[in-house]
Design a protein around this ligand. Structure first.
Ligand code: NDP
Length: 466
């Protein structure tokens, strides 16, 4: 890629996540020769744009240990040469005019409100795009299966599927590769990685963060759309996928797509959504020394939206490997304990020799996210009485990429590799899977429960282990 054009250059995502990601990537020498162009509907001066770049770049480089001397020089040049353009991207021809002035191939990053991105793509014409253009679409991609499909049709008129990057920054390269490395490079794990040996898989993303002034977005999304519909289903797919022949994007994304195509919330043995989904909202409480107000009294929250701040769904991957195994996807805010991990719980052994005492606990494998870790919980004998079973945890850190998640995403975009991007059919399937749950929640069929901020969630929700 020659030019990265960020639409929505004055927005929150651009300032807080995208530009710091760009800075780390360029400063590490992993994206040479890029020109950066910003565009927005505000009439910003060149000085205002430079000020934004200085702020976002400096913050990103402050504690980064991977920048190279040449990379930092390159970043300074990218900043100096960067320009800002006022463009209403929804006006016919306006974006085309801007694109005619930049050097291709171009990565066109839509850091815009979803409805504006959609409109911008509808008015854009293929002939206005420089050869080799890549389109980068933020989440949420559509707001339903139907709208995601319609957006895919619009995009397909502009560029080929492997030139469309639907961003899910949870698909950071290190996490994806760490899970695949563990699963597919260890004979000990993969032969037991199925419903014959595994009782359940939990994918948990519990945060102690609260609304943090993001009501405008979050009060319409809730935990279900913010986390489960996108990020957690993607992680689930990597946990459940068949071994790909190569790490190329075609093989990996096809394996991911096959899992999601086979997935449903609930299954024929558990068809009732009140059994397979739960939702709750935090009330006032204390997290550490922080006093947290009731969610409904937070600024900008509309009680009529009936937004959940904690959601849990039981997904089934209806294929030979996973039939009947629940994948529990859970995410919430204002919880007393931060937990970001996938937990694989194995079935009990068929027969424990009589004579052992102590608790026979299931074997569990935890894959922690950001920083990535691996912990294996096993039963061993002793200490002291060798007839008594005790628990040990074997733990190791997994490799990480020093780039910020958005740096990893952008590296894929700028190098023309869609490996970490969500494929079009997968984006539609993620909506198809969760839509029945969202409809039941909206209709009030599944009751809204409550939990005090700082607790572990509503009574009876605690997952089966710690
Ligand atoms: P903001 O509302 O902060 O920014 C939106 C940007 O779009 C502004 O720069 C705005 O310019 C610009 N814009 C609006 N209308 C037009 C138009 N007609 N022509 C040109 N520019 C326009 O949104 P966010 O940055 O928060 O979100 C952007 C996208 O990123 C969304 O899809 C969001 O879901 C996604 N996202 C955001 C995250 C976040 O943490 N913020 C995290 C993950 C995804 P102006 O201000 O001049 O109107």
């Amino acid at each position: 890629m020659k030019t990265l054009v960020i639409l929505g250059a004055s927005g929150d995502l651009t300032g807080r996540l995208l530009l710091p990601g760009v800075a780390g990537l360029i400063a590490s020498g992993r994206a040479p020769g890029i020109t950066l162009v910003g565009a927005g509907s505000d009439d910003w001066s060149a000085a205002q744009w430079q000020e934004r770049l200085t702020g976002s770049f400096a913050g990103a480089l402050a504690d980064d240990g991977q920048s190279t001397k040449d990379g930092i020089k390159e970043l300074a040049k990218v900043q100096k040469d960067s320009s800002y353009h006022q463009v209403d991207v929804t006006a016919k021809g306006a974006l085309g005019e801007l694109l005619a002035t930049v050097e291709g191939p171009v990565a066109l990053y839509f850091a815009l409100p979803p409805a504006i991105s959609q409109k911008a793509c509808e008015v854009l014409r293929k002939k206005e795009l420089p050869a080799g253009t890549r389109l980068v679409m933020e989440k949420p991609f559509g707001s339903s299966e139907e709208s995601a499909r319609a957006l895919n049709v619009t995009l397909a008129k502009l560029v080929a599927e492997d030139h469309i990057h639907r961003v899910d920054h949870f698909l950071g390269k290190s996490t994806v590769l760490n899970i695949m490395g563990l699963r597919f490079a260890n004979r000990l794990l993969e032969p037991l990685w199925n419903g014959e040996h595994i009782a359940k898989v939990e994918i948990i993303f519990d945060e102690d963060l609260t609304l943090e002034n993001r009501a405008r977005y979050y009060d319409h999304a809730g935990a279900g759309k913010d986390m489960i519909q996108s990020h957690l289903l993607q992680i689930m797919a990597i946990m459940a996928m068949e071994p790909p022949a190569t790490l190329g994007h075609q093989d990996v994304r096809s394996s991911i797509a096959a899992v999601l195509r086979a997935s449903t919330i609930g299954n024929s043995f558990k068809p009732d959504l009140t059994d397979s989904t739960r939702r709750a909202r935090y009330t006032k409480g204390t997290i550490g020394s922080r006093k947290v107000p009731d969610y409904l009294s937070e600024e900008g929250v509309d009680p009529a939206n009936d937004t959940e701040t904690l959601a849990e769904v039981e997904v089934y991957v209806n294929n030979w490997r996973w039939a009947g195994v629940p994948f529990v996807l859970r995410s919430g805010k204002a919880l007393g304990r931060t937990r970001k991990e996938a937990v694989v719980t194995y079935k009990p052994v068929p027969h424990l020799p009589a004579g052992f005492t102590g608790t026979d606990s299931p074997t569990r494998l935890h894959i922690g996210f950001g920083p990535d870790t691996l912990t294996l919980d096993l039963d061993v004998n002793g200490p002291g009485d060798l007839f008594t079973l005790d628990r040990v945890n074997l733990h190791t850190e997994l490799a990480s990429d020093p780039l910020l998640p958005y740096g990893e995403v952008l590296e894929g975009v700028l190098n023309g590799d869609p490996l970490l991007s969500v494929r079009g059919d997968t984006a539609e399937d993620c909506w198809r899977i969760v839509e029945p749950a969202f409809a039941a929640w909206k209709a009030g069929t599944v009751p809204m429960e409550e939990y005090a901020a700082g607790s572990t969630g509503p009574d009876g929700w605690t997952t089966s282990h710690d």
